[in-house]
Design a protein around this ligand. Structure first.
Ligand SMILES: [Zn+2]
Length: 423
């Protein structure tokens, strides 16, 4: 029996709450990894958010964000789970490291970050159905600091539902993420001379992914790794490489899949770093798509990764939204799956000679990001940020070079026949 999306969601939330709890232990500031590229907009005249706090109780709660200047905002609620989303122009967040990890009253925790180019977003997790009683920015006098305020009051599930209907249009407009194609796709179209590899660093922006107890974030670790891998692949001179994101921006899962399909990529590699309660678990894992998960851990991971859009305040999409039952699509899917498995084997082969892998390193589950019917896709978890030894490796340049070499070799092995045929 397949659990309903709602049930899966609750599991995802439990997993996320656990992660937040783990991360809440972090108090020490961590020096930023020099290899992690800076966010898109540097300096400039961006409004700065310097501090935030949550006050109130289980009936009325106020969220406050201190800003260097006044900005336009819009706020709305989302169900399953209860969330409040606040959209703002791009903000330079200079908040304390532990900002948002815990909450108060009706707010159990919150996240912030870039949502799309030029747009930032706050997502507050609510403990109960809430109504936005007010969402505004208080201006200070004469260029003084401003204060963003969101007032929430507890409401009934029925009233919450009614408010959702009313804001449905706003939500749709807000969720329509503008995408700049030109800078992500190197080349597209069937006339391409060389195979195209689409690298997909997981998470980004408002969605940090897993956070190690030291404060190291999955979104940064995987982006740095992807850049390293891109460099190696390009050095071969035989392939083109594109990335679904090349900075700290949030990209919805469906957008990642769309980019791979639109570019007619020959291979899609999603890169992640995992975290589990059992902090002794370590090593890399290669995942392919399957309707039925290979094991419980793989299933739990897929639930967690599939919740990325919800973390960033997007509506969950029904899992089967793009499933077309068509004989040609089925045939394509089957052929694609054969290629995905073949690449997964090559990858496990190269990686097991290079780094530690978990037991049964090739696993499978229903990852949404692997659902393109016509692009061979794997999801590589490079290790566990919940394990301190793995964390050390994942943030070390030596290890990164070694493992990027191995993944690069596997990619070239997989594409070998295609490259030979094209010459
Ligand atoms: Zn991830």
């Amino acid at each position: 029996m397949t659990p309903s999306p709602a049930a899966l969601f609750r599991i995802a939330l439990a997993a996320l709450a656990l992660l937040a709890a783990t991360a809440a232990g972090a108090v020490e500031a961590v020096a930023p990894d020099p290899a992690v590229p800076p966010p898109v907009s540097q300096g400039g005249e961006l409004p700065v958010a310097s501090d935030a706090r949550v006050v109130g109780d289980g009936e009325r709660t106020r969220f406050i964000l201190d800003l260097s200047t006044s900005v336009e905002i819009s706020a709305f609620t989302l169900a399953d789970p209860w969330r409040v989303v606040v959209d703002l122009p791009e903000i330079d967040f200079k908040l304390p490291d532990d900002a948002g990890l815990t909450g108060r009253g009706l707010v159990t925790g919150w996240r912030y970050g870039l949502f799309a180019r030029g747009r930032s977003r706050l997502v507050l997790d609510a403990a109960a159905p809430v109504r936005i009683d007010g969402a505004f920015v208080l201006k200070g006098g004469d260029g003084a600091a401003a204060r963003l305020v969101v007032d929430l009051v507890r409401t009934t599930p029925a009233d919450f539902e009614a408010a959702l209907q009313k804001t449905a249009l706003t939500r749709e407009a807000s969720n329509a993420v503008p995408v700049t194609k030109g800078d992500r796709l190197v080349q597209s179209g069937p006339s391409r001379a060389r195979p195209l590899i689409m690298l997909d660093p997981g998470h980004g922006g408002v969605d940090a992914g897993t956070i190690a107890s030291s404060g190291v974030k999955e979104k940064d670790v995987v982006l740095t790794f992807a850049f390293e891998l891109k460099k190696r692949l390009e050095e071969t001179g035989k392939v083109d490489v594109a990335m679904t994101r090349s900075d700290d921006t949030f990209i919805p899962l469906r957008e990642r899949v769309r980019l791979a399909r639109e570019g007619a990529a020959d291979l899609f590699v999603s890169i992640h770093a995992d975290s589990v309660r059992e902090d002794f678990v370590r090593g890399a894992t290669v995942y392919t798509l399957s309707e039925k998960a290979s094991d419980r851990a793989a299933e739990a991971l897929a639930v967690k990764e599939n919740a990325a859009d919800a973390v960033a305040g997007l509506e969950m999409e029904p899992a089967e939204a793009d499933e077309v039952s068509d004989i040609l699509v089925d045939l394509t899917r089957r052929e694609t799956q054969t290629f995905s498995l073949s690449f997964a084997n090559a990858l496990v082969g190269e990686l097991s000679n290079t780094t530690r892998m978990i037991r049964n390193p090739h696993r499978s589950a229903g990852f949404w990001v692997l659902r393109a019917p016509d692009v061979p896709s794997v999801l590589l978890e490079i290790g566990y940020l919940s394990n301190t030894q793995d964390e050390k490796l994942l943030t070390s340049e030596d290890w990164r070079n070694k493992v990027a070499d191995a993944v690069g070799t596997a990619v070239m092995r997989f594409l070998g026949p295609k490259i030979a045929a094209g010459q």
